[in-house]
Design a protein. Structure first.
Lengths: 176, 153
């Protein structure tokens, strides 16, 4: 499970660069196995592996072996809508790592800090800026983005529930 | 950095975007939740982040261990090369030895060590039973295959 998730993280952070992602993930995984006893907590272990992966990726450049069509296929297999790819591609490696770790893999801010190798304050700043850039890029690239939030989407469900509670309270008030 | 104006602070789009970007686990204020549930712009922003949560990284599967495989292949190639070299050396020695034995250069294993070393030339009986021409014959035979035997003391 760790290996597959780590590979998926690498593919997202490299925007579908299959050979670069596989090389980095393959290089990092044996180190995690060697430190398995020290990395008992699954989320800490996952964050540690991603931190090592990000370090490895910082020392490699984008491979030019894969066409955009190949990268697109890789990302579509992971369930990433095509419009999102361009938005992610416009971000830096660190920004992508922050957005993917926090929004895709749902790591806590402490684990995102471990992944980025920053303190908590800096991580919050980087994450917020990365999310803002992602949002700006997505609204730029996604003219055909659904005007209605995704049905079953996590944030959409939270908003609907909060709105329903608010509306219920509002309708209950006059009768109270 | 400029401070947001009162209009910006009251703008529900901006306030909702700020809540969304913060990525907090707390629900938004009620008025914002009601606004976002009907606002097209805010709904798009919600969709942009909800699409990220729909991605499943496990689908990537395990990385193909190309580097490790390449290393293993290199190691296997080296082992095969060593094994082939060793086998070739053994075969060469065997064939060489067999040819040498065929040519009479080496004695058989059943013969005494002295005969093997001297290649029939140093056998005392051969010298003793030699005909009058044996001296020249022995010398000729000895000179063909090996250095002339030194007389034993």
């Amino acid at each position: 499970m760790h290996g597959a998730r780590l590979h998926g993280f690498a593919l997202l952070v490299t925007v579908g660069d299959r050979s670069r992602a596989a090389a980095a993930a393959s290089a990092v995984l044996p180190g995690g196995t060697a430190r398995a006893a020290q990395l008992r907590h699954p989320e800490r272990a996952a964050a540690w592996l991603r931190a090592r992966l990000l370090q490895a990726l910082r020392h490699t450049s984008e491979s030019r072996r894969h066409s955009w069509a190949e990268r697109r296929t890789v990302l579509l297999e992971l369930g990433m809508p095509e419009a999102m790819m361009a938005a992610l591609e416009g971000l830096t490696l660190e920004d992508r790592a922050a957005v993917v770790a926090a929004s895709v893999e749902r790591f806590s801010i402490i684990d995102v800090a471990t992944i980025l190798g920053r303190d908590l304050l800096a991580t919050r700043r980087i994450l917020q800026a990365a999310r803002r850039r992602y949002l700006a890029a997505s609204t730029f690239w996604m003219g055909d983005l659904p005007a209605k939030a995704l049905p079953g989407g996590e944030i959409a469900a939270r908003i609907e529930q909060a709105a329903a509670r608010a509306m219920g309270a509002r309708t209950a008030e006059p009768g109270a | 950095m400029t401070r947001p104006s009162a209009a910006d602070r009251d703008d529900p789009h901006r306030r909702f975007a700020a809540w969304l970007l913060a990525g907090t686990d707390d629900d938004p204020p009620r008025d914002l939740a009601v606004h976002a549930s009907v606002c097209r712009e805010c709904q798009r922003e919600i969709a942009a982040f909800d699409m990220l949560t729909a991605i499943d990284t496990v689908r990537a599967g395990m990385p193909p261990p190309r580097e490790l495989a390449a290393r293993r292949r290199r190691g296997a190639t080296e082992r095969v090369a060593v094994a082939v070299s060793g086998a070739a050396a053994v075969v060469a020695i065997g064939v060489g030895g067999w040819r040498l034995a065929e040519a009479g250069g080496l004695g058989t294993a059943s013969e005494p060590p002295t005969q093997a070393v001297l290649g029939h030339t140093g056998h005392p009986e051969t010298t003793a039973a030699a005909s009058p021409s044996a001296g020249t014959g022995a010398t000729t035979e000895g000179s063909a295959d090996s250095p002339s035997p030194s007389p034993s003391p």
